[in-house]
Design a protein around this ligand. Structure first.
Ligand code: ATP
Ligand code: MG
Length: 567
């Protein structure tokens, strides 16, 4: 490609409101332009990067015998009604009617469509396993589209779905997909971590996220300092063998505690460790039909993890509750306790199962109970509600957890039979019985990956593409195109590299050297060969974008030098 003919509209100004470096640089360097909130046009450079990432994904999928398909983006709403997800997906699902008044949705993910493809076509265990995927536009009417390609409304996803006759075979495929995703991210040149993720209402351990490590990441990850354990904070666990503070000694009693509402005040009032106080978090749980107030109880030393709480309540979402709403239920904020609570759903953290010596609200203004054993609460519902903290013990070894930030670029999940059952997709097993398919799903955010590469690889001057993702690996820059020697050498090198199959661009624009350098740094080609004044001495320079170091090479050796650099 010749720069003089290319459509690469670079700009000095960042788009208004852009905060992430990837958003700023991908826009300024002319990779993408925003059309409307969460909608982007890919310009030639952006499209090249997208295709490079797609090619690597395709290559790794072929190696695993996964087959590429392409499903209609517009999907009939009936399929979503069959699976029951039309309500659950809420407003993220864009719905519309055609001229015959049929209801459709723009596909945000394609479980239903994929099950519909195999339903009645794959009828025997002999046709299994099967792994079908596509790389395709998705639409989610995100509540807060932001950060450029990172959280768009229209975006590109690789979504794969596998079908199996047994759980054992699903496990095998899940491991194969994990390994393939790992190779994809390695080939892209990214530093990442595969972590345990929230499995939502389905539960189980078969949910992992691929996280590109970056300070700007929206996800918090808890990682062990001595073993492989890593988990999204939404799912992270801690070692049960923590140091337990000494228990307070007291008889069961009701104490006057005037104005003592916070855990901090309560612990210092009674001079106990917050571990022995009971924290109540009041939320309104939103269900498909209706809502209700829920009391979540934890040790005062712990905090509520909202995603765990949503799962425990079996809710779609949890929202905050005002003090007035709590009072309307007959409770006093700051003095809520679990004894004799009627008409309100209570969920207790697992860590309270055998808890003793606890101090909790007495459901009476200015009173708390002391020395309560949780065993007195009948039919208590327990679930894991706590959020891990930094320095908590690792659940798998004697190591310690610390936090890091990640960008979720992939999610692999053992679905089981949820969708095949809902949509009545069955096959005949070895015994001749009709049973639902056992499924896995494997998503990867292709367009988000573009942003993730830049979040991890940039400096104050602009993008620094990894070799596998660069729109062009080599930029041959003719410093002054009016200088015949420079132009001739530049053209010659450009042609040789192109003929050798290298992704190369020739900067043959009539611009000043400084202007072209700024563009080269902003766009972030891994290597720029500068054919400039040095040519008088028989030399050219090679700028390494990553380090910004320049090496001097004799003009006759430059082709070989570039070939060696790019391996
Ligand atoms: P998030 O928690 O970031 O909203 P998700 O859990 O909704 O992601 P999945 O449904 O698992 O995401 O989708 C698979 C992949 O698609 C994600 O891992 C992510 O990389 C990508 N993705 C999801 N939503 C978006 C979006 N709005 N813009 C760009 N990529 C997205
Ligand atoms: Mg989402």
């Amino acid at each position: 490609m010749r720069f003089s003919k290319a459509f690469i509209p670079t700009a000095k100004e960042a788009p208004s409101g852009a905060v992430l470096d990837s958003h700023i640089f991908l826009s300024r360097a002319g990779f993408v332009v925003q059309v409307a909130s969460g909608l982007y046009n890919y310009l030639p450079l952006g499209k090249r990067v997208l295709k490079k990432i797609e090619a690597i994904i395709n290559d790794e999928m072929q190696r695993c015998d996964a087959q590429e398909v392409e499903l209609s983006f517009v999907t009939p709403a009936e399929l979503w009604q069959e699976s029951g997800r039309i309500e659950k997906f809420g407003k993220e699902l864009l719905r519309f009617r055609d001229r015959k008044d049929n209801l459709f949705v723009l596909g945000p993910t394609h479980e239903e469509m994929m099950v519909n493809i195999v339903r009645n076509r794959v009828t025997s265990y002999k046709q299994l396993p099967l792994n079908l995927y596509q790389i395709k536009t998705k639409f989610r009417d995100e509540a807060r589209p932001r950060f450029g390609l990172m959280r768009a409304r229209e975006f590109v996803m690789k979504d794969g779905y596998s079908f199996h006759a047994s759980n054992k075979d699903l496990d095998r495929e899940f491991n194969a997909m994990e390994a393939a995703y790992k190779r994809i991210l390695e080939r892209l040149g990214l530093e990442f971590r595969i972590v345990e993720a929230d499995s939502g209402a389905i539960g189980g351990s078969g949910s992992k996220e691929l996280m590109v490590l970056a300070n700007s990441g929206e996800d918090t990850l808890a990682v062990c300092d001595s073993c492989e354990y890593g988990a999204n904070i939404e799912a992270a666990k801690r070692s049960p063998h923590r140091e337990i503070p000494e228990a307070p000694e007291a008889e069961f009693n009701k104490f006057k505690t005037p104005g003592i509402k916070s855990i901090e005040d309560l612990a210092s009032f009674f001079r106990v460790d917050p571990y022995y106080t009971l924290k109540t978090v009041v939320k309104r749980a939103i269900y498909e039909e209706g809502d209700e107030i829920v009391f979540f109880f934890l040790r005062g030393s712990d905090d509520l993890q909202e995603v765990k709480a949503v799962n425990a309540a079996g809710a779609l979402d949890l929202v905050d509750v005002s003090e007035d709403e709590i009072k309307a239920l007959g409770f006093i904020p700051g003095f809520i306790g679990p004894l004799d609570v009627k008409n309100v759903k209570c969920i207790f953290d697992n860590d309270l199962k055998d808890a003793e010596h606890m101090i909790c609200g007495a459901n009476e203004e200015d009173f708390h109970f002391v020395n309560v054993a949780m065993s007195v609460i009948e039919d208590a519902q327990f679930a894991e509600l706590y959020e891990v903290k930094e320095a908590d013990g690792c659940p798998h070894c004697s190591g310690t957890l610390s936090f890091t930030k990640g960008i979720e670029v992939g999610h692999i999940f053992k679905l089981g039979t949820t969708y095949s059952k809902a949509l009545g997709a069955e096959f005949l097993n070895e015994k001749g019985q009709s049973v639902p398919f056992i499924m896995g799903t494997y998503g990867m955010g292709v367009s988000r990956l573009i942003a993730a590469v830049i979040e991890q690889h940039h400096d104050e001057k602009g993008c620094i593409w990894t070799p596998a993702t660069a729109p062009y690996l080599v930029n041959v820059m003719v410093s002054n195109i009016k200088d015949d020697d420079q132009l001739q050498l530049g053209e010659k090198l450009y042609n040789r590299l192109r003929d050798a199959g290298v992704d190369v661009i020739l900067d043959d624009r009539k611009e000043r050297f400084g202007f072209k350098m700024k563009d080269a740094e902003l766009i972030g080609f891994p290597f720029t060969v500068i054919v400039g004044k040095e040519l008088q001495n028989g030399n050219v320079q090679i700028l390494h974008r990553q380090t910004l170091e320049k090496s001097v090479v004799a003009k006759d050796k430059v082709f070989e030098a570039v070939m060696e650099l790019i391996g």
